[in-house]
Design a protein around this ligand. Structure first.
Ligand code: SAM
Ligand code: SF4
Length: 422
């Protein structure tokens, strides 16, 4: 019998790089990559004032970041967002933008963008535009210089405003991100929106999330966006619009200003069903879902060899584990958590330890038959399209022998003998 490694090797050699499709049929087309954990601000909701940053060798180098992003692009990622920390404080970050812009030139990538605090934009806006960046997100919570200093601890509002000017002059479309903070900027929100819309910038409001230690109490900062929205409705007409970015934001248009306003409520998981995104930290850890802890290390396979084969294998395995949604960790009132069902999908009739390429190849080649516990539309489709299962119909002898079950009662080849549920 061939080893699992040999099967994966062979699958990878014989099948071209397939798009990254998760276990629920969602194609991963949006990647967010943190290029540094460092920042020139210390926003009260994000960082403690005295941070210990990661030792440099733990961070991916610019070359490794390029390889990693390019591997995702080769697998169907169309939108790439660089973030941080503050991406523009990473030394020589423009070389990364420049090299990634080749994927825009080739047409493989549709959008290269970034999220920035704006402090360095005056310096880099022209270069970013020259690299094919068309739209950027700038985080700005207040237009009051003193409050800005208090919220960012180290920031200078005038530099950010000059950065926004430079970005717009360079032809970049700017969207503002503002974290809604109780007792801090809540009364300024309408003014901020009006100012942004007056300059042709959309705005997204973000609900504060409890991520990491900051030295501030998040319960005090928390301002539900439902409340913000109902207050805004007292003055403005908010029209629901179908505009989506594939992320957790839902958008309205404000009739009076003509601009778009997004509400990002990550922990209320509005759009898990259509989630097309994953994120990678600056150390190369891939998170398949913002609301889940499951992660995959991509740095080890990146550093293990100059070839990208191990990286692609790690991607396959990780994307197959992308969960259905945040429901796994946060109970919605009135809804049962779906953990058990998810477990049955991945753990049901498929022996533990088989990686995604093996499982997909097994399905595509009729080695694995349809079972009610497969919830992924793509797997269902593949399963329905395979000929009637039998050992004899497996088209590839090597696959047949590789998949020969150690215990055939749990790994059967005909419908009758499969368990009816996980
Ligand atoms: N430094 C860049 C910036 O500030 O735009 C990029 C990185 S920053 C982590 C990305 C976004 O996350 C910013 O819009 C920031 O306001 C938001 N953010 C940071 N900590 C947050 C938290 N605890 N809750 C909600 N949003 C947060
Ligand atoms: Fe820095 Fe952005 Fe975090 Fe503020 S939100 S501290 S600018 S990384």
């Amino acid at each position: 019998m061939i080893s699992q490694e040999a099967v994966i090797d062979r699958v990878q050699r014989e099948f071209p790089r397939a798009p990254l499709v998760d276990n629920f049929g969602r194609a991963v087309t949006y990647l967010r990559v943190s290029v540094t954990d460092r920042c020139d601000f210390r926003c009260v909701y994000c960082m403690a004032e005295h941070m210990t940053f990661l030792p440099k060798p733990e961070l991916l180098t610019l070359e490794e970041l390029d390889r990693l992003c390019s591997a995702f692009v080769a697998r169907g990622v169309k939108k790439l967002r660089l973030t941080g920390g503050e991406p523009l404080v990473r030394r020589d970050v423009m070389t990364l933008f420049r090299s990634l812009s080749r994927h825009l030139d080739s047409g493989a990538l549709e959008e290269l963008t970034l999220t920035t605090n704006g402090s360095q934009l005056a310096r880099f806006a022209g270069d970013l535009a020259a690299c094919g960046v068309k739209r950027i997100n700038v985080s700005l919570d207040t237009l009051d210089a003193d409050r800005f200093r208090a919220l960012t601890r180290w920031g200078d509002l005038s530099k950010v405003l000059a950065g926004i000017d430079a970005a717009q002059q360079a032809g970049l479309q700017v969207k503002l991100n503002a974290v809604a903070l109780r007792g801090e900027n809540e009364h300024e929100i309408p003014g901020l929106i009006e100012w942004a819309h007056g300059r042709g910038m959309d705005v997204s409001l973000i609900e504060v999330m409890p991520l990491g230690e900051t030295g501030s109490e998040r319960v005090d900062q928390y301002l539900p966006l439902d409340l913000v929205q109902s207050r805004l409705k007292e003055h403005w007409t908010l029209e629901d619009i179908p505009y989506r970015t594939g992320g957790p934001a839902r958008y309205v248009r404000i009739a009076e200003t003509g601009g778009r306003l997004g509400f990002i409520t990550p922990l209320t998981h509005n759009f898990c069903e259509g989630c097309n995104r994953v994120r990678v930290t600056c150390t190369g850890t891939l998170y398949m879902c913002l609301g889940q802890d499951d992660a995959a290390d991509l740095r080890a396979p990146l550093r293990a060899s100059e070839s990208d084969d191990k990286l692609h294998a790690a991607l396959d395995d990780a994307i197959f584990r992308k969960p259905k949604g945040h429901d796994f960790v946060i109970d919605r009132p009135g809804r049962a958590p779906s953990v058990r069902r998810h477990m049955s999908v991945t753990g049901g009739p498929i022996p533990h330890g088989w990686t995604a390429p093996t499982r997909l190849a097994a399905l595509q080649h009729g080695a694995l038959v349809w079972n009610e516990s497969f919830h992924s539309p793509s797997l269902r489709r593949a399963a329905r399209e395979t000929p009637q299962c039998s050992f004899r119909c497996w088209p590839l002898p090597w696959l047949r022998s590789a998949l020969a079950p150690p215990n055939s009662s749990s790994w059967a080849c005909c419908r009758k003998s499969l368990p009816t549920s996980g």
